[in-house]
Write a protein that binds this ligand. Sequence first.
Ligand code: C2E
Ligand code: MG
Ligand code: MG
Ligand code: MG
Length: 279
Amino acid sequence: HGKRGASDIVVYAGEEMAAHSTQWLVVQAELRHALARDELVLHYQPKVDLRSGEVASVEALVRWQHPQRGLLPPSEFLPAAEQSGLIEPLTAWVLRRALADQAHWTSTGRCWSVSVNVSARNLEKPGFAEFVAGLVAEYGTSPGQLLLEVTETALAADARRAAQTVVDLSSRGIGISVDDFGTGFTGMSQLLGLPIAEVKIDRTFVADVLDSPQSQAIVRAVIALAHGLGSRVTAEGVETADVAYWLRRAGCDEAQGYLYSRPVPWLEIPMYEITGAAS
Ligand code: C2E
Ligand code: MG
Ligand code: MG
Ligand code: MG
């Protein structure tokens, strides 16, 4: 590809990617190098217990510290990773980094659970549950302190293997969280048979919960159903104290969002009681 440097190439996502096979190959190669050179970084965003106002756990969110383009959000490179098979080494990297960080902060007295986002493809890979359990043992952390976040659609009715992996993970003590709940077409009924530790209400419903009776109905219904199934409920995208207050009154267990903290390097996770959380 002539004199063009790898950094000149735009990262295309989804279907566009197929139409740009040269770029596609460059992205793959760049991502491979990013993994080898440790250019990926994790930021963490706390989940706050709405009753105590304390940090209950933290979610790992991957970024790419690109040498030329700066800090890239996952939307810039995850679609490429998912379609190229690089999602497997990427998830393995994220899990290792998160477990190593967790082992470190636990040793300094901060017993936060850690959440890691995984893709449908990860769940479909035979042996994934065993692999994750092996990493937990390797880092000496507790399986009960690890939560894997999977989107609702990854657990759709036809995703039999993904469902099996969920059962396998759960039997090894590792928690499953259903991310962005309410946006897919799966619905609660398809989660009925699955061991779900946490349901995360998508931020589209959370954002307008004060103004939209429809969102209020959805949030209340998700809370009732999740609790009925024995799951904890977390609201994502909480940006104001008023929304946090409404959620707490509605019985939501945990909240996450810019009100408390943006995703930050773990050293910057607030350790004090967070103002507004329990007000
Ligand atoms: P997610 O797991 O639903 O994470 C929440 C996203 O919303 C994050 O974006 C977070 O920065 C953003 N967010 C958090 N609080 C607020 C808020 O109050 N307001 C608004 N407007 N946004 C908020 P981010 O970090 O860009 O991640 C986007 C998505 O990328 C994640 O959505 C997750 O699905 C995926 N992702 C991130 N890291 C990983 C990873 O390591 N592996 C996999 N497979 N997917 C990942
Ligand atoms: Mg998530
Ligand atoms: Mg989410
Ligand atoms: Mg989301």
